[in-house]
Write a protein that binds this ligand. Structure first.
Ligand code: MTE
Ligand code: MO
Length: 410
């Protein structure tokens, strides 16, 4: 029994106790013991948010919504490490009826549908299977949606609906092989413990193509940065889909259904669809255009060493640093500019801790008196670069353009 197993067993009772805390905070809908506020600098205004530490297992988080909880990670957290601590990792649920306690003795993951041997797997059995660990960024499809112009409906996230963790678990392929996928399988559907509040609300579930599900990278994780998953991030197990947006990373996973046809449920057929256009871009206000399910992530980079609007004492040049991600592959290079993109400087990349994770970058830029528009742009290992111009689509998905941070030298 390794440390994680021991802790998982030992913390069962603690888990049940924590449940009361979750209910108290989430159920009562009055958690935010307001401490401080943060300005997300959203162009559409109404950008002030409360910081809250009232959610179980979570430190100071930006409160986007209470019930169900939508908690955003403050940018300075990303400056400290390329791995996002579990207690600062963002939280997003669709339905308010979220699991608040899980009995690790009786919990079962059911595998069925188009298979030869339907399974009911307990956690002890899961923990005995061969393990893999993959560092990977979990990023909401709508991360940075609050920066869309014109504004679109949905959570007005800043850049903090993302996080990078070392995910420990078992390969989905191994589980599917245990169940014996029958010929003619098309997709695999993943369901969870959370439930709609209204009887006609569509239960949250997502599907992956069978070849993707069996690629050996998609995994069922029970470990996150060397600990068990926080309740709000999907305890006891969640799907991890490296390189793909986190809508597919089903939390509190308890059902795997192999389908002999494409999933036509609401969350695949209607929601999380992007325009089938280059960069998922359409003219603002567009409605009728062909769509496809959102899928792979794209390269992104941010300066994290100074917050937007920071006033600093003038010097000829300043050090700047931040994080970048390749999206569905590794990170190749990051450039930084302090004159709004006229002059670019190459940065030094930190250690490569896995191609699906964040990569640290550090550089130095000249500083002018007054406002400096500091920009970062990156290229992934496929040669895809961040473009200068923002996209628009009605879902507010897949932002990936060059971001600007203003620093005022006085
Ligand atoms: N069971 C379940 N899993 C889910 C969701 C959900 O509502 N229910 N939301 C998805 C979406 S859209 C996002 S952005 C991520 C958020 O993961 P996190 O809360 O661990 O950061 O969970 C995904 N998995
Ligand atoms: Mo999301």
């Amino acid at each position: 029994m390794n440390m994680l197993d021991a802790r998982m067993a030992a913390e069962t009772s603690r888990r049940r106790l924590l449940a009361a805390g979750v209910l108290g905070a989430v159920g009562a809908a009055v958690p935010a013991i307001a401490q401080r506020t943060v300005d997300l600098h959203l162009p559409g205004g109404n950008a002030e948010r409360t910081l809250t530490s009232a959610f179980p297992g979570k430190g100071s988080m930006i409160l986007q919504r209470t019930r169900p909880p939508l908690l955003e990670t403050p940018m300075e957290v990303f400056d400290r490490s390329i791995f996002t601590p579990n207690d600062r990792f963002f939280v997003r649920w669709h339905w308010a009826d979220i699991p608040t306690a899980v009995d690790v003795e009786t919990f079962r993951l059911r595998v069925g549908g188009h298979v030869t041997r339907p399974l009911s797997i307990g956690l002890a059995q899961l923990l005995r299977l061969p393990r893999v660990e993959i560092p990977a960024v979990n990023q909401c499809s709508g991360n940075s949606r609050g920066l869309f112009q014109p504004r679109v409906a949905g959570a007005q996230w800043g850049h903090g609906a993302m996080g990078n963790a070392k995910w420990l678990g078992v390969r989905l392929r191994d589980i599917l092989d245990l169940a014996g996928v029958k010929a003619g399988a098309v997709q695999v559907r993943f369901g969870a413990l959370d439930r709609p509040l209204t009887p006609d609300g569509p239960d949250f579930a997502k599907s992956l193509d069978i070849d993707h599900a069996r690629d050996g990278e998609v995994m069922i994780a029970f470990g996150m940065n060397g600990e068990q998953l926080p309740m709000l991030n999907g305890f006891p197990i969640r799907l991890v889909v490296p390189g793909w947006y986190s809508t597919y990373w089903i939390k509190a996973l308890n059902s795997i259904q192999v389908l002999p046809h494409a999933d036509d449920h609401y969350w695949m057929a209607k929601a999380y669809k992007i325009p089938a256009t280059p960069r998922a871009n359409v003219a603002p206000g567009s409605k009728d255009f062909p769509t496809i399910p959102i899928n792979r992530m794209i390269p992104r980079s941010w300066m994290t060493s100074l917050p937007d609007g920071q006033v600093v004492a003038w010097e000829p040049s300043i050090p700047v640093g931040g994080i970048a991600m390749g999206g569905d592959c590794g990170m190749a290079k990051v450039d930084v500019s302090s004159d709004g993109g006229r002059t670019w400087y190459r940065t030094a990349l930190g250690p490569d801790e896995g191609r699906y994770g964040f990569r640290r970058w550090d550089g130095r830029v000249p500083l002018r008196r007054g406002t400096n528009a500091i920009m970062t742009r990156c290229w992934n290992t496929r040669g895809v670069a961040q473009p200068a111009t923002p996209i628009w689509n009605p879902g507010g998905y897949m932002r990936g353009n060059i971001e600007t941070t203003h620093v005022v030298a006085a």
